[in-house]
Design a binder for this molecule. Structure first.
Ligand SMILES: Nc1nc2c(ncn2[C@@H]2O[C@H](COP(=O)(O)OP(=O)(O)OP(=O)(O)O)[C@@H](O)[C@H]2O)c(=O)[nH]1
Ligand SMILES: [Mg+2]
Length: 195
């Protein structure tokens, strides 16, 4: 994928703020710190367009990145961050549920899980949520560079089994450090981005 242009169009918290260009979009989902913002940066060859942090909870809004004037990556706040209040969790839940259940231009979700560990209960819930709402989902197992090559397939199998991944759904091993899985991720995404 040749990236000629990438810009943050808006950081939204409510539907009135979502872009209304009608262009297709794919949204990220996953635990805080799993590497959602880093994934976007790696995919579009930008160092820190999507702001990342070693501390969880960096992304707080729905950030719409317009790529090549033709589609959006939507970066979202992560879940499973222990140090947030119940009230904040509810606010997060509402914002995400509204977005994922009403957005007509959403073509697919990218569910990011950490390849080093089995998916969490929240990861499983998120996967089941997408299945329930019939949102196509591509699972990306991040931080693959932290798992020795010889062990990656074993970890991938555990991830597939824990999520009870449907037969047709793909799980892509990915690293924002090395670029592993980048072409595979583009190949999986492209069918959703052409109108
Ligand atoms: N080694 C390694 N580190 C990674 C990878 N992806 C992300 N990281 C690191 O993990 C930390 C979190 O990355 P982010 O991209 O900010 O994570 P996020 O999912 O956007 O987090 P929130 O915005 O808090 O939900 C950063 O320190 C990244 O450098 C990866 O593939 N490999
Ligand atoms: Mg982030």
């Amino acid at each position: 994928m040749n990236i000629t242009k990438a810009e943050l169009v808006i950081s939204a918290v409510k539907p009135e703020q979502y872009p209304d260009s009608g262009r297709p979009e794919v949204a990220l989902a996953g635990r805080s710190n799993v590497g959602k913002s880093s994934f976007i940066n790696k995919m579009i060859n930008r160092k820190n367009l999507a702001r990342t942090s070693s501390k969880p909870g960096k992304t707080q809004t729905l950030n719409f990145y317009l790529i090549n004037d033709s589609f959006y990556f939507v970066d979202v706040p992560g879940y499973g961050f222990a140090r947030v209040s119940k009230q904040e969790r509810q606010k997060w839940g509402k914002m995400m549920e509204t977005y994922f259940t009403t957005r007509e231009t959403l073509k697919a979700a990218l569910l990011l899980v950490d390849l080093r560990h089995p998916p969490t209960k929240d990861d499983v819930m998120m996967y089941e949520f997408f299945k329930h709402y019939e949102i196509p989902v591509i699972v990306i197992a991040t931080k693959a560079d932290k798992v020795p090559r010889g062990k990656q397939q074993k970890h991938a199998k555990i991830a597939r089994e824990t999520l009870r991944l449907a037969a047709g759904d793909s799980l892509i091993l990915f690293s924002s450090e090395t670029g592993q899985g980048k072409e595979e991720a583009w190949a999986a995404l492209l069918p959703f981005l052409t109108e």
